[in-house]
Design a protein around this ligand. Structure first.
Ligand SMILES: [Zn+2]
Length: 331
C-alpha cells in the first residue's frame, strides 16, 4: 500500500456503513451507525461526521492518508452530490450532502446512486472487469441498475439513469412503489420472488412453503425450496428469469452490451434463473447482440456498495486530478 486510502460509505434507510478501503479494494476497517433519518437531518449529519472522523483518525494512526470519500445512496443523486429525491432519506431531499461532507473534512467527496456505485465497483474490481460496456442489475428489496458504457459510468443528465427495475413487463400487473404498474422489480426482486410464491399458495398450489407463516417466507427460503424440487418455488424463479429476460432482450437490442453483471441475494440463485432468462433473450433479441451479451454473477458481495463508492471517489476526484465544484454546503 502506498499510504493512500479511501473512505467508502453505503447509506441505506436502516444503516449507514462506512469503511476505510485500499485502492485495490481491501477493507481495512468497517463501522456502522443506525441511519435513523426520522430524527432529522442535523442529528444524522452529526452521526455521519463522527463515523467519518473515526475513520480519518484511524488512518492517521496507521500512517495512512485518506485521499477521497465516496458514498452510495438510494435515490436520485445529482452529478454534484445533492440528494435530489430519495424516499428512504426524505429529510435529505434537496440537500447538498457531498458539499457538506467536503466542507467538514476538506476531503474530495462524491455521492452516487447506490446501484451506480455497485456497477462501478464491479467494473473496476469485480466481475465487470472483463467488459467495456455492461449493465449491473442489483436484485434486493427492489431492482437497481447501473450502466457502464465504454468504461464510463452513465449517470444520465440529472443522475437518474439506470433504473432498469422500472421497465414495464406487465402493463396491468402488480402496483409498483414508483406509481406505475407491472415494473420488473415487482417480479424479479427478492420481494417479487416471495410475492410470486405467496400468490401460488393463495391459489392453493401444493408447496413445502405452505408450512411456513407467510411473513417468514424469504427469497432465500424460496430458493432452498426450489433446490428441493418444490414446484411453486421453481415457478417463482422461472417468473423472475422470464421477466429479466424480457427486459434484457430490449437492453441487448438497444445497447449491444458486452455483458450483464447480476448482484444481490437472489443472484446466488442465478443457476435457477438463467435458463428461463436466456430462453427469453434468445427468443426476443436480435442474434448478434444476444450472442455478444455474457451474463455473469457479481463478485464483490455485500460490500459492493462500499467498495464501489470508494473507488468511484478515487477515479472521479483523485485519478483525474479534478475537484468537482460542489457549490456552498448550505441550501
Ligand atoms: Zn416501478
Amino acid at each position: 500500500m502506498n499510504g493512500e486510502v479511501l473512505i467508502g460509505i453505503d447509506l441505506g434507510g436502516t444503516n449507514c456503513r462506512a469503511a476505510l478501503v485500499s485502492l485495490t479494494g481491501e477493507i481495512l476497517v468497517l463501522n456502522k451507525v443506525p441511519t435513523k433519518m426520522h430524527e432529522g437531518r442535523d442529528f444524522f449529519l452529526a452521526r455521519l461526521f463522527r463515523l467519518c472522523d473515526d475513520l480519518i483518525q484511524f488512518a492517521a494512526r496507521e500512517g495512512l492518508r485518506v485521499s477521497a470519500l465516496g458514498m452510495g445512496a438510494a435515490g436520485v443523486i445529482s452529478p454534484t452530490g445533492t440528494v435530489t429525491v430519495s424516499p428512504n432519506l426524505a429529510p435529505l431531499n434537496g440537500f447538498p450532502l457531498a458539499a457538506a461532507i467536503q466542507d467538514q473534512f476538506s476531503l474530495p467527496t462524491t455521492i452516487a446512486n447506490d446501484a451506480n456505485a455497485i456497477a462501478w465497483g464491479e467494473g473496476i474490481l469485480g466481475a465487470g472487469r472483463i467488459f467495456s460496456s455492461f449493465l449491473t442489475i442489483t436484485l434486493g428489496t427492489g431492482v437497481g441498475g447501473g450502466l457502464i458504457l465504454d468504461k464510463k459510468l452513465w449517470k444520465g443528465t440529472d443522475g437518474s439513469a439506470g433504473e432498469i427495475g422500472h421497465f414495464v413487463v406487465e402493463p396491468e400487473g402488480r402496483e409498483c412503489r414508483c406509481g406505475s404498474r407491472g415494473c420488473l422489480e415487482q417480479y424479479a426482486s427478492a420481494t417479487g420472488i416471495v410475492r410470486t410464491a405467496l400468490e401460488c399458495l393463495e391459489r392453493g398450489e401444493d408447496s413445502v412453503l405452505a408450512g411456513l407463516e407467510p411473513e417468514d417466507i424469504t427469497s432465500l427460503k424460496v430458493s432452498e425450496a426450489a433446490r428441493g424440487g418444490d414446484a411453486v418455488a421453481l415457478k417463482s424463479f422461472r417468473e423472475t428469469g422470464e421477466r429479466l429476460g424480457q427486459v434484457l432482450a430490449s437492453v441487448a437490442n438497444l445497447l449491444n452490451l458486452d455483458g450483464v453483471v447480476i448482484t444481490g441475494g437472489p443472484a446466488e440463485s442465478l443457476d435457477l434463473i438463467r435458463p428461463w432468462m436466456e430462453k427469453e433473450i434468445k427468443a426476443r433479441a436480435f442474434d448478434i447482440p444476444f450472442r455478444r451479451m455474457k451474463i455473469v454473477r457479481g463478485e464483490l458481495g455485500e460490500e459492493a456498495g462500499i467498495l464501489g463508492s470508494a473507488r468511484l471517489a478515487h477515479d472521479e476526484l483523485v485519478a483525474g486530478k479534478k475537484r468537482v465544484d460542489l457549490g456552498p454546503a448550505e441550501n
